[in-house]
Write a protein that binds this ligand. Structure first.
Ligand code: SF4
Length: 400
């Protein structure tokens, strides 16, 4: 068992297990993407300590040579997260990654995550070279929301504002009015709802339902799901809570409603991380991809983190909460793409233009919302925020 998993009750399931037991994948609906089974087959073999060190040294040199920066998601392997931080890059959720990539002066971005993250980086910084360890690393939400079908869905409801989650292709984003991440989705939908807007939401149905319940907005939901979060089980979580009555339950809202209903904290990966670090309790049940526990354990080394259950009674694997596409990222591939400048994210210029507006709208909203709270030092009143927004004359807020 890896050091960072020391307080886990469960082992990470083996690749063999994943390849033979997980049968809930949808067929790939887009080109250049791995299906679930293909993704597990492409997960790199574990490296020994010497190999890890050699690759890390080579990557450090290559990053300098190419004026590149490494940006990693919380769900990728610990050695990738650590290297990103140690070389002046960052580790974060998808909103934080997007902001960092846009603002960093590097010529080349090495985005270690899944394809929509690399595409978002390219859309926001088209002049930069964007590399990914494997461009075929995708996401079940992206796969489950083909652009042509989503467009037909939207066209059938032209009176609705189209809000899509960041976990979508550039083509789907280009068709949206707003792109959101789980860090800012509730605030944006609440804002649109207060303006009387009816919404089309895609693609994650659980997150959409959660936001609808929280905001009361009129939302039509695309029926996609994340294959990792969708597997958390409500009844098994109830049993686990009985065994750990003091534990605080942290849940990502891509999880099913019966799991969200048992949470003490619901939110984005960053929100769950902050709760794990800042709350005084010592035991936490974590219902999101278990990659996040590396950072939780680093920032709160004396606390215990328990994987929320993903399987029913008698299952061999009690928690399979690891994303296969995130797991495709490895040190060897990072070195190779930097060395060869291969696996570059390429997007058509017109598509970049179309997809940028709804992403930029989210970033502007996020900045405006943060500025408002810093300046006002008031509570989170939406009405006050809207009044404040009306007094702002920055061009970048005019689209809100
Ligand atoms: S964890 Fe789920 S939402 Fe995240 S990339 Fe994997 S499949 Fe997509």
């Amino acid at each position: 068992m890896k050091e960072h998993l020391a307080s886990y009750p469960y082992e990470k399931p083996s690749l063999d297990y994943m390849q033979t037991h997980i049968e809930f994948a949808t067929e790939a609906q887009q080109s250049n993407a791995c299906t679930l089974h293909e993704a597990w087959a492409k997960v790199p073999a574990a490296l020994n300590a010497t190999e890890i060190q050699q690759y890390q040294e080579e990557i450090r040199e290559l990053l300098k040579q190419h004026n590149a920066v490494m940006v990693a998601h919380y769900y990728v392997e610990p050695e990738l997260q650590d290297l990103a931080l140690a070389t002046g890059g960052m580790v974060g959720d998808s909103l934080e990654m997007a902001k960092f990539c846009k603002n960093h002066p590097a010529d080349t971005l090495l985005v270690v995550g899944v394809r929509f993250m690399g595409e978002t980086a390219k859309i926001l910084s088209p002049q930069k070279t964007v590399l990914m360890p494997d461009l075929e690393a995708t996401c079940s939400l992206d796969l489950g929301c083909p652009a042509d079908e989503f467009k037909q869905f939207c066209d059938a409801h032209p009176d609705r504002t189209v809000v899509v989650y960041a976990n979508t292709s550039a083509e789907v984003k280009a068709h949206a009015d707003w792109v959101v991440t789980s860090s800012i989705a509730i605030e944006i939908v609440e804002y649109l709802h207060s303006q009387g807007k009816k919404i089309i939401w895609g693609p994650d149905r659980h997150l959409g339902q959660y936001i609808q319940n929280k905001t009361g907005a009129d939302m039509l939901l695309w029926q996609g799901s994340c294959i990792v979060h969708n597997e958390f089980k409500g009844i098994e979580l109830t049993h686990l809570k009985q065994q750990h009555p003091e534990a605080i339950v942290l849940v990502h809202p891509e999880s099913p409603a019966e799991v969200v209903a048992q949470a003490d904290v619901v939110g984005s990966t960053s929100k769950l991380l902050n709760a794990a670090v800042q709350r005084p309790e010592h035991e936490f049940i974590v219902a999101t991809d278990q990659g996040i526990v590396h950072e939780m354990q680093k920032q709160a080394p004396h606390k215990t983190f328990i994987a929320a259950p993903t399987a029913g009674n008698g299952a061999t694997c009690k928690s399979c909460a690891f994303c296969p596409w995130m797991a495709m990222n490895g040190l060897a591939a990072c070195a190779e793409v930097l060395r060869n400048q291969s696996q570059q994210v390429q997007l058509d210029a017109a598509l970049i233009e179309e997809a940028r507006a709804p992403i930029q709208r989210m970033l502007d909203f996020s900045e405006a919302y943060k500025n408002y709270h810093q300046q006002q030092q008031l509570g989170a009143g939406l009405a006050q925020f809207q009044q404040w927004l009306a007094t702002q004359h920055e061009a970048k807020y005019s689209a809100l």
